[in-house]
Design a protein around this ligand. Structure first.
Ligand SMILES: Cc1cc2nc3c(=O)[nH]c(=O)nc-3n(C[C@H](O)[C@H](O)[C@H](O)COP(=O)(O)OP(=O)(O)OC[C@H]3O[C@@H](n4cnc5c(N)ncnc54)[C@H](O)[C@@H]3O)c2cc1C
Length: 375
């Protein structure tokens, strides 16, 4: 495709803006249509850690994910999941020095997209004080013995992740195992404005528009359309395999000494815990509630999150809440990044990133550019 050609991008979340920026850099004339912008969308409610564990393609996660996505069976699966994990953990006594599983082809692709994102932010964005990005050690902790994760063997982590096992004495009480890497943490309410401004500086155009149906797009006059509408694709493109997973986060004032991020996502249905120190504050998460469309903060969730995070890091006992936010992760197994032809128009889909939209953002944007160039 001629690089002077016009491309319409649907959506101004992290997926739409990253795709728009890389298309502009390749010389395309890019317009974004979006209903909502930062502050109101999922992308502005994320934690948001760039992490290889979010590029997982492990069979058991996918199987549970698909079960969760089925309307009636999903409720049963979510009910069974916590006791299943508990029993599985009790039985799971394998040698933790071994590698968990080999990296399969799909996971390798996801990890290379994550690595591309890491490199892109590190080389182009991190040094800019207004970007909201900072380097952090991120610790994943478990109350069972874990094998070394497959992603620890990826090019990304072997060359720049600084992977290390956390010594038992450094783990929070009741935790048995854990590992740490060095990576990037993004503060979305700063970062989303930063990439929006960058998109405009490169000559990108933004139109506020609530797209009612696919005809609005097909009659737009654009021949190439990049779909980054996240959960919006459920109605707009009638894709019922993308579904909401509600997340709630509490932003608190900074607490001296809390510098490393800590994640316990071994049992996300019941006990997800993410402590993310950012540049200006700390966020505490979270919940992982499939098919819950409630965008209002829930008081019980707030209490549960604070309780769990304080158990892990008692320095949080005197926390001061600044804000409580809710976002709906656009979950889909697998993410959709592919070309489709509808009524002679080329649609490039880039959505369904669930809990990994920031981690995959620039890598997926690069794939979008490749797909657009090869039309
Ligand atoms: C609590 C929480 C914590 C998270 N933590 C992390 C993390 O640590 N690391 C990580 O990598 N990811 C994380 N995520 C996931 C990440 O935030 C998402 O995967 C990502 O934001 C999805 O971005 P998106 O651009 O695809 O979708 P969105 O941000 O939802 O943007 C969709 C865009 O499409 C537009 N749109 C939709 N429908 C229409 C329509 N009909 N007409 C016009 N416009 C439309 C919307 O207005 C919006 O502009 C987290 C998410 C949550 C909620």
């Amino acid at each position: 495709m001629d690089s002077k050609e016009k491309v319409l991008v649907l959506g101004a979340g992290v997926s739409g803006l990253s795709s728009g920026i890389l298309l502009l850099k390749e010389g395309f004339d890019v317009t974004i249509w979006a209903k909502d912008f930062s502050t109101n969308i999922t992308s502005s409610k994320a934690s948001a850690i760039i992490h290889p564990s979010l590029c997982s393609n492990e069979k058991k996660i996918i199987i549970w994910g698909i079960l969760f996505s089925l309307p009636i069976i999903g409720n049963i699966a979510r009910f069974i999941y916590p006791p299943f994990i508990k029993i599985y953990s009790l039985l799971y006594k394998k040698n933790s020095s071994k590698i968990n599983t080999k990296i399969n082809k799909k996971q390798e692709e996801l990890l290379s997209m994550g690595e591309f994102t890491y490199d892109y932010i590190k080389n182009n964005i991190l040094n800019n004080n207004n970007s909201g990005c900072i380097e952090r050690n991120v610790k994943e902790i478990f109350n069972r013995q874990k094998k070394k994760p497959a992603w620890s063997n990826s090019h990304w982590i072997k060359t720049k992740g600084n992977f290390k096992r956390i010594p038992k004495e450094e783990l929070p009480k009741t935790y048995i195992d854990g590992y740490e890497i060095n990576t990037i943490v993004v503060e979305p309410n700063i970062y989303m404005n930063y990439i929006m401004n960058h998109f405009k500086q490169l000559g990108g155009k933004i139109v506020q528009k609530d797209i009612q149906n696919i005809d609005d797009i097909l009659e737009s006059g654009f021949q190439t359309i990049v779909n980054c509408t996240g959960l919006g694709s459920r109605t707009l493109f009638n894709d019922k395999t993308v579904y909401p997973v509600r997340g709630q986060s509490i932003t608190i004032k900074k607490i001296p000494g809390i510098e490393d991020a800590i994640v316990d996502h071994d049992n996300p249905v019941k006990n997800l815990c993410i402590i993310t120190p950012r540049i200006n504050n700390i966020t505490l998460g979270g919940v992982d509630q499939a098919y819950n469309y409630n965008l209002e903060p829930d008081e019980k969730d707030t209490k549960d999150i604070i309780k769990k995070c304080t158990e892990i890091d008692p320095r949080l006992k005197d926390l001061e809440i600044v804000d409580v936010t809710v976002g709906l992760r656009p979950q889909r197994y697998p993410i959709r990044i592919e070309k489709e032809t509808i009524a002679n128009k080329t649609i490039i889909h880039n959505y369904g990133h669930g809990e990994s939209g920031f981690t995959l953002s620039w890598g997926c944007a690069k794939k979008v550019v490749d797909l657009v160039k090869n039309i």
